[in-house]
Design a protein around this ligand. Structure first.
Ligand code: SF4
Length: 490
């Protein structure tokens, strides 16, 4: 049975940040098996994954008999009070932070989803996107299924409930043979935690263990979640691998029909925390290597290298070191934005971007400045930053981007605008430079990015780079808001 602790009114509603011109990761997941403080540890794990989603947060626990659920809109610290965590008993838990893509922003789409079905109770949370969810949902509705949310994840719950298999792991495998897409999924029944990564391993997922609690296994989107709770990283969950953690221990199974891996390369460029390691590679070191390659591909004679904080910092360090130009923090970022704010009725110049960034005039005045950013999506924020740097007295402003032009939307669990809104889909590099008012603009090449991420001996083929190249590895149904464009795979 499910006991729902969700509040009737959400305590906090984060405003969609229109000034943040980035792709956004959809979600982060965290799970724990075998710890007396499962809810509290999951809360901390979600806190460490907050960068992966800020719209809603949720935890479902199990005490062996019932599942206990609490979900709310807002940041993790706003979604749970100490008293609410105390109402989530049990030694098993899964948790989720969400930035909506499929399904829209609403408490009913917050995860984990939890249901009662013929064989007990089940909760699920998902990082990614099911690309055939619309077809499956239509089919299930025709057969009488009633959906409570608009999230593609609910399709999974219905398919597991309808499976004719008996064991929970067989029901999950049965379900996953019907779905396409990118997924790192956690399932929780009364006595079992299951963690599974899609056959191409598009979205990350890793396994850890809490020292001194040999049975306390943890799983998370990124290993930084383990650092905060004192867990040891064991390994990445392999593409197409299903981990089953239950009273008999931990087992691994492989999904049928293995496929070549295609890990999301944008995790290294922007989504993942720089203190994470993905597939054995330090995200921080990779970002520095992106900057080094960028410097070799697009050097510029300048006085100072300035990152757009925070994501541009490691690449700027790599760029500056390679060209022997001083690195300086010429733009400062406020970390206290994101909550609903009141904009003055009288227009303030660059109001939105100034909420986040402010120039450090002594660093910029009279200088030839290279600004390093991770990506350009619409170009609107880059234009404001260029103007801000120039207004602070810079003599020249050159923009360098530590990834190739983002020309294609993502269908694998990342919040992206339509192709028409992506400035690089319809404008040349020179046109973009003129639009953002940079004296020059240089993007990292696709091959340069792959080389930096894979490392000197690494395999460049194991990555998804569809948003840069248009080479989509997993078929998809184009959602309504993206249908007007033509896709490479059409
Ligand atoms: S399309 Fe881009 S953002 Fe989406 S999974 Fe592939 S590399 Fe990542």
């Amino acid at each position: 049975m499910i006991i729902v602790r969700d509040p009737a009114v959400s305590p906090c509603r984060r405003a969609r940040d229109d000034e943040d011109d980035h792709f956004h990761d959809q979600c982060g997941v965290f799970g724990i098996y075998g710890h007396a403080e499962a809810a509290n540890i999951t809360y901390l794990g979600l806190h460490a994954l907050q960068h992966r989603g800020q719209e809603s947060a949720g935890i479902v626990t199990s005490n062996g008999e019932n599942l206990y659920a609490h979900r709310a809109m807002g940041l993790v610290q706003d979604a749970f009070s100490e008293a609410q965590l105390a109402e989530l008993p049990g030694r098993l838990a899964i948790g989720h932070v969400r930035y909506s893509t499929a399904g829209g922003s609403h408490i009913k789409n917050a995860q984990p989803l939890a249901v009662d079905y013929a064989r007990g109770s089940l909760a699920v949370c998902h990082n990614g996107n099911l690309t055939n969810a619309e077809d499956l949902r239509a089919e299930l509705e025709l057969q009488g299924s009633i959906f409570q949310s608009t999230s593609d994840t609910e399709v999974l719950v219905h398919l597991v409930a309808r499976s004719r298999q008996v064991a929970i792991e067989d029901r999950v495998i049965d379900t996953l043979q019907r779905v396409q897409g990118a997924y790192s999924l956690l399932f929780l029944s009364q006595d079992t935690l299951l963690a599974v990564r899609d056959p191409m391993g598009v979205r990350p997922l890793c396994l850890g263990i809490l020292p001194g609690n040999k049975d306390a296994h943890v799983v998370a989107s990124e290993p930084t979640a383990f650092d905060l709770i004192g867990a040891e990283f064991v390994r990445d969950v392999e593409p197409g691998e299903l981990l089953i953690i239950d009273p008999s221990g931990i087992r691994s199974m492989k999904l049928p029909e293995p496929k070549p891996p295609r890990a999301c390369i944008f995790e290294y460029v922007y989504f993942a925390r720089p203190d994470s390691r993905l597939a054995g590679r330090s995200v921080y070191e990779v970002r520095k290597a992106l900057g080094e390659t960028l410097a070799r591909e697009h050097p510029v004679d300048a006085d100072v290298v300035v990152p757009v904080p925070d994501s541009g910092v490691p690449s700027a360090i790599g760029y500056a070191k390679t060209l022997g130009i001083p690195f300086e923090m010429g733009l400062m970022r406020s970390h206290y934005v994101g909550r609903t704010f009141i904009e003055p009725q009288q227009s303030i110049r660059h109001f939105g971007v100034r909420l986040k960034l402010n120039p450090v005039e002594p660093v910029l005045r009279g200088r030839r400045v290279v600004v390093i950013d991770d990506s350009i999506v619409r170009g609107t924020t880059s234009r404001k930053i260029m103007k801000m740097v120039r207004d602070a007295g810079a003599r020249e402003v050159h923009l360098r981007i530590a990834s190739p032009p983002t020309q294609w939307p993502c269908y694998y669990g990342i919040d992206t605008p339509t192709r028409r809104e992506l400035i690089a889909s319809s404008h040349s590099v020179d046109e973009i430079a003129r639009y953002v008012t940079a004296d020059s603009l240089g993007y990292l090449s696709l091959d340069g990015m792959l080389g930096a991420v894979a490392g000197p001996q690494g395999d460049k083929t194991g990555f998804c780079h569809a948003c840069f190249s248009g080479q989509y590895a997993i078929p998809f149904q184009s959602p309504p808001n993206k249908r007007h464009m033509r896709l490479v795979s059409d």
